[in-house]
Design a protein around this ligand. Structure first.
Ligand SMILES: [Zn+2]
Length: 298
């Protein structure tokens, strides 16, 4: 069945990482086949959730296990979260580093999206911040569902084509905008979420040590960053919504640099969740703020 799906995608002119088809081991221990209208897909976090809304559009009911406003690092599911997994046919998640609980709780339903990725840094679980990785993650999801529910193949094909078009558009925009920036240094009052993105576009990602949802930076680390920002005459610094805004505010006041937001996709506010912001929309917001902060000219 995978073979057929692969051929259809190639016929449609989509770039495919062929290895995905054969190496993912999809379908093993998969749930029994039922009508596609009844498919329920649980997603560990917002990254897989937003991919699922696009890839399984018209095919499955999607749900998110991590509540809106929470983020996956260190997350421990409560009984209400586990209930969502129990009701679902699938549990999609990013990887075992970020969500070690998913495989344990999801068992045969759990499917990690991190297979056969073109860009992998074992130290950095934020794999979706590379567009080629995001593309393969979406394909992995489609292959898996198509292996269990063959009647979904045509709809999956349409959905994947739409997603691939968005990815190609993002890649074109990013390549154009970040080819010409006055600054390349992303001073980020936040955690290590944007390393893949910076690497792909030749930017230097400088996250503040210790600045994440579970801890705060030391005064020494803050002082060092403030010194660098002043020395390099940096006009904009970046932060994330999940963090205590006081840290970015303090650095901004000390240096005169203005604060801009970056969006990790893994963390989403309740309001953004209600708006069902897509991967493309969030990555466009990142592009706009980075382009402003680094003074890039398209
Ligand atoms: Zn993260």
């Amino acid at each position: 069945m995978f073979g057929k799906f692969k051929i259809n995608l190639i016929t449609a002119g989509v770039f495919i990482t062929l290895a995905v088809v054969f190496a993912c081991g999809c379908g093993k221990n998969a749930p029994e086949q039922t009508s596609s209208a009844a498919i329920k897909a649980a997603n560990a976090d917002y990254v897989s959730y937003t991919l699922c809304l696009q890839v399984l559009k018209g095919i499955a009911q999607s749900d998110m296990v991590i509540p809106a406003g929470a983020q996956p690092h260190g997350f421990e599911p409560l009984p209400r979260d586990i209930a969502k997994i129990e009701k679902a046919d699938f549990l999609f998640y990013i990887n075992d580093t970020l969500e070690p609980w998913a495989k344990k709780l999801g068992g045969a339903k759990a499917f990690a999206l991190d297979r056969n990725l073109p860009e992998v840094n074992p130290q950095d679980p934020h794999i979706w911040m590379d567009f080629d990785n995001a593309s393969v993650m979406a394909q992995n999801m489609a292959y898996y569902v198509s292996s269990v529910y063959p009647d979904t193949e045509q709809q999956l094909l349409k959905n994947i084509l739409n997603f691939q078009n968005e990815i190609q558009m993002l890649k074109r925009m990013y390549a154009q905008i970040f080819a010409n920036c006055q600054s390349k240094q992303i001073y980020h009052i936040g955690h290590l979420a944007f390393g893949y993105l910076a690497k792909k576009y030749g930017l230097q990602f400088k996250p503040l040590k210790g600045a994440n949802a579970d801890s705060e930076p030391t005064p020494k680390d803050m002082a060092e960053m403030i010194k660098e920002i002043k020395q390099n005459n940096i006009k904009y610094i970046f932060t994330e919504e999940a963090l205590n805004p006081q840290i970015a505010k303090a650095i901004s006041q000390e240096t005169g640099a203005e604060v801009l937001y970056l969006y990790t996709v893994e963390h989403i506010t309740k309001q953004e969740f209600e708006q069902k912001l897509t991967y493309r929309q969030l990555m466009v917001k990142n592009m706009e703020n980075l382009a402003k902060g680094l003074n890039c000219k398209a």
